[in-house]
Design a protein around this ligand. Structure first.
Ligand code: INI
Length: 155
C-alpha cells in the first residue's frame, strides 16, 4: 500500500503573510476581502496575518521574498491584478510577477501563492474578484493552507 500525504485546511495556530498590490486597488481590495474571509472561515485569527502593500504586481516578489526569508510565516499569499487593457507592458509585469513568485517559493522553501489575476479586460478581473467566477483571493488562501499543511507533513 502506498503512503499518501494530503494537506488539511486548518488555519488555527498558523501564521500567514499577504502581499497586496495597490495598483488596480478596486480589484485587489476585493481579493484581500476574499483572502481574509477564507482565513477566518478556516479558523484563522486576524492577528496572525500580516498584510504588506506594494505599489504594483512588479514589486510583489521582492516583498514576498523578504517575508518568506523571515521564517515567521507558514506561507506568503500574493495578490495583484494585471490587466492587459490597462497597460502596454502587461506581458512584462505579469511575467516578472509570476517568475518572481515561483523563484521565491523554490529558493526559500516557503509556499508563496500566486493570487495575481492576469486578464485581458477589467470585466474579467471583476468576475474573478468576488462576482460570477468566485474570488481568487479566497482560492489563494485555500492553496496556502493546503501547502502549509503539506510542507509540515513533508518535514
Ligand atoms: N501593476 C499591476 O499590478 N497591474 C497592472 O495592470 C499594471 N499596469 O497596468 O501597468 C501594473 N503596473 C505597475 C507595475 O506593477 C509597477 O508597480 C511599476 O512598473 C513600477 O515598478
Amino acid at each position: 500500500m502506498y503512503k499518501e500525504i494530503n494537506g488539511n485546511l486548518e488555519a488555527g495556530g498558523r501564521k500567514m503573510a499577504i502581499v497586496a498590490s495597490r495598483f488596480n486597488d478596486f480589484i485587489t481590495a476585493r481579493l484581500l476581502d476574499g483572502a481574509m474571509d477564507c482565513w477566518r472561515r478556516h479558523g484563522g485569527a486576524d492577528e496572525d496575518v500580516t498584510v504588506v502593500r506594494v505599489p504594483g504586481s512588479f514589486e510583489i516578489p521582492l516583498a514576498a521574498s523578504r517575508l518568506a526569508k523571515s521564517g515567521k510565516y507558514g506561507a506568503v499569499v500574493c495578490l495583484g491584478a494585471v490587466i492587459r487593457g490597462a497597460t502596454a507592458h502587461f506581458d512584462l509585469v505579469a511575467a516578472e510577477a509570476a517568475k518572481g513568485v515561483a523563484q521565491t517559493a523554490l529558493s526559500t522553501g516557503v509556499p508563496v501563492i500566486f493570487g495575481v489575476l492576469t486578464t485581458e479586460t477589467i470585466e474579467q478581473a471583476v468576475e474573478r474578484a468576488g462576482t460570477k467566477s468566485g474570488n481568487k483571493g479566497f482560492d489563494a488562501v485555500l492553496s496556502a493552507l493546503e501547502m502549509m499543511s503539506v510542507m509540515e507533513a513533508l518535514g
